[in-house]
Design a binder for this molecule. Structure first.
Ligand code: AMP
Length: 506
């Protein structure tokens, strides 16, 4: 069998990175000579497609034909981009980035790269995962596995470390914040809780600095036309980001922007004032940390290690607040590359698990990223009853008893929702099962069961409970069904079930 080389790809919102595991170690794959590739695509009029820094430079001179942050929309069927009279999707955008990585990696490695492990946020829905997989395939890559980003970070960090740890991954990138808790036992990595804020990242720190500059020099009134204003704002943002990065190294920096909105800016910015501006944003991350620790059923003392990931964790204030609130974090020299490194280790593992060239075998157990429930009436109020809760390990099973509402009812609709709320919303509806029941005067007892497998396939099944279909002994008076007994009953075919399969990947 011919063994190709498989790489790891961190497909990020602002930047992407790739790595390979070979000769017993992980190395970053340079793309255009750099270790990270801006996740930006720009389509030129002559048909040329630019990806990375060259595209980022065009983002502001040709914004209508350039795409940034497309990862925010991946898996959303409604989102499209109109570029030079063509309609493109976030999958098309992601596939251009992956294609660029594939080409550059093949060049670097001297052979065609055909396979990859691509990382995705732990909270990604099945649609988002499936869209990412499609983007990979569209780029000509066989996607060996979609690996949660925090798991990848923990693999990169943890393989050669002590066994049995509880790791927190604090990932603050350009546009998103994610915090996850993983249990690592031997070579098994299991995500036990994830949370985050998809609207919090390095850009928000830049915006605080921009606002500070606007307030300070009172330049708001000088705006002439919209196009100029947008270019000026962009220059302000770039200068703000530069200043922020500078303050990761030094205590004071100068922001110099000649001739902008009718003035010259020459402002000093100190680390103290940046820290002050950043405080509300940092506090938000700490609130999330506390929530996720609680969700995992742990206390902060149980966390054996904190790993920082994402470009914004280079900010000193981030490192300080994590140290204060939890413990001194592990900071890799390569916060931008660590996720790709973990993916590369996984890729080597999946590609050639038996060869000595592969690292130790890794087992990954995932958790359900979003709760799943069934729509039911409770005292005439329609609600979602959660049957599979967020953060339970997959495969997962959940069940409830339910009843008909009206005398002589012939059928019952049992819709499946993916939501954290108990208020049903049609946008969260995945599908529904219609169960025919025996019409009778008194309420008919039924059971509704959700089974979710590792591939995001949800089986929704239901059965009427009659003397030939008894569930006696499997539930208590509150209607809670004993899951283990129930599962055994299903396996032993003791109850006849109507079922539908919802491919949550579609
Ligand atoms: P990522 O999405 O992980 O690539 O992170 C990108 C974010 O990291 C951007 O908001 C950058 O401004 C920020 N960043 C990169 N380098 C630094 C640095 N040295 N200090 C502070 N922030 C940085």
């Amino acid at each position: 069998m011919e063994l190709g080389i498989a790489i790891g790809i961190d497909l990020g919102t602002s930047n992407s990175a790739a790595a390979v595991y070979r000769k017993g170690k992980v190395e970053s794959i340079p793309i255009d000579g750099r270790k990270i590739l801006p996740s930006v695509i720009s389509y030129k009029e002559d048909g040329q497609i630019l990806v990375g820094s060259a595209a980022k430079a065009r983002l502001f001179i040709d914004p209508l034909n350039s795409i940034a942050s497309s990862k925010r929309y991946i898996g959303d069927p409604k989102k499209t981009y109109q570029i030079h009279n063509r309609t493109l999707t976030p999958i098309d955008a992601a596939s251009e980035i992956l294609n660029k990585i594939k080409i550059e990696a093949s060049k670097y490695l001297g052979e065609e790269v055909k396979e990859a492990v691509i990382t995705v946020p732990a909270y990604f829905t099945s649609e988002q995962r499936e869209a990412t997989r499609k983007a990979g395939e569209q780029a000509g890559l066989k996607v060996l596995r979609l690996l949660p980003e925090p798991t990848a970070a923990a693999i990169a960090y943890g393989l050669d470390k002590e066994r049995n740890q509880t790791i927190m991954v604090y990932d603050l990138g350009g546009g998103t914040f994610d915090v996850s808790i993983l249990k690592v036992e031997g070579n098994s990595f299991k995500v036990v809780a994830v949370d985050g804020d998809s609207m919090l990242g390095g850009d928000d720190f830049d915006d605080r600095i921009v606002q500070h500059l606007i307030d300070k020099v009172k330049i708001g009134g000088q705006i002439k036309n919209k196009a100029q204003a947008s270019l000026d704002l962009q220059r302000l943002k770039e200068a703000a980001e530069e200043a922020k990065k500078e303050l990761s190294e030094s205590d004071i920096t100068d922001i110099l922007i000649p001739d902008i909105m009718g003035v010259h800016i020459d402002e000093e910015l100190t680390i103290e004032s940046l820290n002050q501006m950043s405080q509300p944003l940092l506090n938000k991350t700490i609130d999330k940390i506390n929530e996720v620790v609680e969700e995992a059923g742990l206390t902060k003392r149980d966390i054996s290690r904190v790993i920082l990931v994402g470009g914004s964790t280079r900010m000193r204030a981030v490192q300080e607040i994590v140290t204060q609130q939890i413990k001194k974090p592990f900071i890799a020299d390569n916060v931008d590359e660590i996720v790709a490194h973990g993916a590369a280790i996984m890729a080597a593992n999946l590609c050639a698990p038996d060869l000595d060239t592969a690292p130790v075998p890794i087992e990954v157990e995932n958790a359900v990223p979003h709760s799943l429930g069934v729509g039911l009436y409770f005292n005439n109020v329609y609600k979602v009853k959660h049957l599979i809760h967020r953060n339970t390990p997959v495969p997962a099973i959940g069940a409830t008893l339910c009843y008909t509402r009206f005398p002589y009812q012939k059928e019952v609709e049992l819709p499946a929702y993916r939501t954290e709320s108990d208020v049903p919303d049609s946008k969260d509806k995945l599908g529904e099962l219609i169960l025919r029941v025996t019409p009778q005067k008194s309420p008919v007892d039924m059971v509704a069961i959700f089974e979710l497998d590792e591939n995001g396939i949800l089986i929704l099944s239901s059965a009427e409970l009659s003397p030939s279909n008894p569930l006696i002994g499997y539930y208590d008076e509150t209607g809670e069904v004993d899951e283990i007994l129930l599962q055994r009953m299903i396996e032993n075919r003791q109850i006849t079930l109507e079922r539908i399969t919802i491919d949550t990947n579609k």
